[in-house]
Each structure stands twice: as C-alpha cells, then as structure tokens.
Design a protein around this ligand. Structure first.
Ligand code: ZN
Length: 311
C-alpha cells in the first residue's frame, strides 16, 4: 500500500471540492427573501392564460411592492382555439402573455411544449426544477393534480415532483440547488374528488381587480373569442354594438368569477382580515398549501403574503 492517492480518488476529491464551492455559491446567493426582503414567486400554468387567471391579482400586488413574480406557461397553447392552431396560434398566445405581463408588472415565459400533449417525463421534471432554481423561488404555485384538463393535471404533478428535488445537489447539478425547499401552493379549482380544494390562504384583490380584468381583455383569443371550446353562441359579432356587448359579457363573467372566490372563502377571509373588513371584500384569490413544500407557519405566510393587515 502506498500513501499515493489513486487517480480515481483524485478525481473524486476534485469533484468534492468543486461541489463544496458550488454549495458555497448557492448559499451566498441564498433565498432572496432572507437577503434583502425581496420575495420571488414563480407560478406554473398549463396554458398561456392559466397563471394569469389563477394568480394575476396577487401577482400585481407583489409586483406593486417591488417583489418578483414570474408566470410560466408549461405548454404553448397551440390548439387552444376553435378555428386556428399551430405555430401562428402559439405566437399569438405568447404575445398575449407578454401583454398580460406588462399590465401586471411581472415576467413571463411560455415553454415550447405542445398544448394537449404534456407528459410527466423526467426531462419535463428537470425543466421545471431548473426554472424554480433559476428563479430562486420562495413560493411556487401550480394546479392541483386533480383538474379537468390533462395538461393541468400533469403540470401539477411535474411541479409536485420538483418540490424537494430542487434542493437535492446532484439532481440537475448544472444549476446550483436551492438552499431551502420553497413553499408550494395550489391555485383554486372546483373539483371535489378525491378531495376538494382547501382555501388555506385567501387574498383580497379588490385594489388590483381592474388590472386582472384588463388581462382578461388582453388575452382575446381565449376570452373574447372563447378559446377552443367557448365560442359565443351565434358566432363572433361583426358589428360595433355586438362587439361591445361581447366585451361586456366577458368582463361581467370574470368579475363574477373573481367575486365567487371571495364568497366561497368568506369565513377564511375573516380569519386573515377580521370579520368586518372581510364582509366588504368583493374579489379574492385562494391558494392551498401543498404538503411537499416547506410548511409555513402563519407568521411566515404573513411575511410571504405581505397584504394582510397587522393583527
Ligand atoms: Zn389551461
């Protein structure tokens, strides 16, 4: 035996030194919220319009306070229309996402996966984990895995599968791991089986609801034109009065939908805002805490959602 280090062990030692340097860098970068108070939130929706509908209100509120919010559409939405499809529709929907991002003051990215064909693959899990790490996310939001559309379900599974793994050093080691497991949240839905959505965190969005309604108007392929499957009865209006009536119909539909969340979770709003203020809240967004991310205390929720009144 000699004290000479075999070539294989030398490589191992160098790899360990490199890993230690990598971890030191990651640690120095740290969770941004801990360093300067800036919160970093990333939301994954299956299609260009999901993230905006699910979290556009809180996105605008975080952005107004100087925090960083990113919308990611996991597919490009290229079959989400009744009469057009393919590349031109994907480009149109990406442009709509960018318009929405400008209205809300956030960043946006549309991944080039085909609409209706998203699968739970290792490569897609890696891609989601890389995006969460790259954003240095404190909070990650996505669909629940029991949702009506396969792309929604699989987006939910992919994001759940990235939870915890984002801090495992040798998973996608080309991007430094997070030093913490973010808080993972699900956006609201109405599905009941195997379990209904639980509104753990409910935020009033009355102060930004006009922005959210402007986003609805900006994403005209989906809402004004009805996307793939909600074309207005009788077809698209051709005259000015018909167009204005359609615009108002879409506006009123979504204003009621945002109000329905406040009504659904009125008692939960009372817990966060107090009974009297909660009674006057018209519109809200709701989120459920995923068990696979960090489990925040009430105090941490107040830090991550700096919108609630001091109690
Ligand atoms: Zn969708």
């Amino acid at each position: 035996m000699t004290s000479h280090t075999p070539p294989g062990k030398g490589r191992l030692a160098r790899a360990l030194v490199a890993l230690a340097a990598l971890l030191a860098t990651a640690s120095a970068a740290g969770p941004a919220a801990a360093a300067d108070g800036t919160l970093r939130i990333i939301t994954f929706g299956a299609h260009p319009d999901d993230c905006e509908l699910d979290a556009g209100g809180v996105a605008a509120k975080w952005a107004a306070l100087g925090h960083k919010f990113k919308c990611v559409s996991v597919t490009n939405g290229d079959i989400g229309h009744a009469v057009t499809a393919g590349g031109p529709l994907a480009l149109r929907r990406r442009a709509e996402s960018r318009r929405a991002a400008r209205i809300l003051g956030i960043e946006t990215e549309v991944l080039d996966n085909h609409d209706g064909e998203l699968m739970v693959t290792l490569e897609n899990r890696r891609q989601i984990a890389r995006l969460i790490r790259d954003w240095q996310a404190d909070v990650v939001i996505s669909h629940r895995p029991n949702d009506y559309h396969p792309d929604h379900r699989y987006t939910g599974v992919l994001v759940m599968d990235a939870a915890y793994m984002v801090q495992v050093p040798f998973f996608t080691p080309e991007i430094p791991p997070l030093t913490h497991n973010p808080v993972f949240l699900f956006s609201e839905d109405g599905f009941k089986k195997p379990n209904p959505f639980s509104g753990d965190i409910v935020v009033a969005i009355d102060d930004v609801v006009d922005k959210k309604l402007a986003v609805v108007e900006a994403m005209e392929s989906q809402f004004y034109e009805g996307g793939c499957c909600d074309v207005p009865a009788g077809g698209m209006p051709a005259d000015a009065a018909g167009k204005e009536a359609r615009r108002k119909q879409v506006h009123d539909f979504f204003a009621s939908r945002f109000a329905a969340t406040a009504d659904r979770f009125r008692s939960r709003l009372a817990e966060w805002y107090g009974a009297e203020p909660a009674a006057g809240i018209k519109s809200a967004e709701a989120f459920e805490i995923c068990e696979y991310g960090r489990q925040p205390t009430k105090e941490e929720i107040r830090r991550l959602f700096p919108f609630f009144p001091a109690r």
